[in-house]
Design a binder for this molecule. Structure first.
Ligand SMILES: Nc1ncnc2c1ncn2[C@@H]1O[C@H](COP(=O)(O)OP(=O)(O)OP(=O)(O)O)[C@@H](O)[C@H]1O
Ligand SMILES: [Mg+2]
Length: 286
């Protein structure tokens, strides 16, 4: 007996799974916040969606979706380590019947244990991510959103390699900008095979002075120039929301519909899904 009710046969074995990843060079710009909200919005629009925590050393998705330890059968760690084949046991339900999550867990002793686990995960991750894609297609998923670890971790880079859309998240700071340019140049431009690339600045302070605003706009243009305009899309400048910060105190991260961030989120989701659609249509014509 299946653990889940996938009785809607029309969605079983989808032939189209779109892979979206969120990544950054530095820690903390808002990948997890945006991943959770993008996945929630895709599901709200009726798409069978799975959100996967790929930040093995500092996982968060389990807590954001309030999933109890006793309900978790397998984590992404088990899959990436090759300790289990991908099955329904990795999927966790959420409040939305269209949204599932796969959690990560720091369930090893720290020190040597953690280091050797991370090394093993890096070794297996490319194969494991391909297995995951095949499994999600079989299960009828339409979108998968990977919340990556920051930086050059191999599993994040491997997810970037198989993604249809890569969303790069930056803070409005010189560190974030310099780091982003470095990563986009060193890695993303070299993985320029079949993906759409996007970037978004998050956590802008309110009432920016004119010169700060101009500087941010010059960074936006600098990134587009660096990458080639037709290969990367600027999504938005997202403001810091005090409401979201306060909600975080209570463990809530999903943007309420009245928050200005929600409207910006819906536009981002429109752009990303539409761009993937166009890219795949063009590919079919080739
Ligand atoms: N636009 C925003 N307004 C207010 N708070 C925000 C916003 N975006 C993110 N945050 C807060 O900033 C903090 C960092 O966000 P988040 O955890 O999503 O970043 P991250 O890129 O996933 O970090 P890490 O690299 O550590 O995984 C969180 O406390 C989150 O609630
Ligand atoms: Mg995160």
């Amino acid at each position: 007996m299946s653990k889940f009710d996938f009785s809607d046969q029309s969605t079983l074995s989808s032939t189209r799974l779109d892979i979206i990843i969120l990544h950054s060079q530095k820690g903390g710009p808002g990948k997890t916040t945006l991943s959770c909200n993008i996945a929630t919005e895709l599901a709200r629009r009726g798409n069978k969606t799975v959100l996967i925590d790929l930040d093995i050393a500092q996982p968060t998705i389990q807590h954001i979706f309030h999933i109890e330890d006793e309900n978790i059968k397998h984590t992404i760690n088990d899959v990436l380590l090759g300790e289990t084949s991908v099955s329904e046991d990795v999927l966790n339900k959420t409040h939305d019947p269209n949204l599932f999550v796969i959690v990560a867990k720091e369930n090893v002793e720290y020190g040597e244990g953690l280091l050797s686990m991370l090394e093993d995960i890096q070794k297996h991750s490319f194969f494991a991510l391909h297995e995951m894609t095949k499994f999600l297609l079989r299960m009828g998923f339409r979108y998968v959103v990977y919340d990556c670890a920051p930086g050059y971790k191999l599993e994040s880079v491997n997810a970037a390699a198989i993604a249809d859309a890569r969303i790069f998240v930056l803070r409005p700071s010189t560190f974030s900008y310099e780091g982003a340019k470095q990563m986009l140049n060193d890695i993303y431009k070299k993985l320029n095979i079949r993906s759409s690339n996007f970037f978004v600045f998050n956590q802008l302070p309110p009432n920016l002075k004119k010169d700060s605003k101009s500087l941010l706009e010059s960074w936006r243009d600098g990134i587009v120039e660096l990458y080639e305009p037709e290969k990367i899309n600027f999504l938005d400048f997202l403001p810091i929301s005090h409401e979201i910060m306060e909600m975080g105190i209570k463990g809530e991260y999903i943007f309420p519909e009245h928050d200005p961030l929600y409207e910006k989120l819906t536009k981002m989701v429109d752009t990303v899904t539409h761009t993937i659609d166009e890219m795949k249509k063009a590919k079919l014509k080739e």
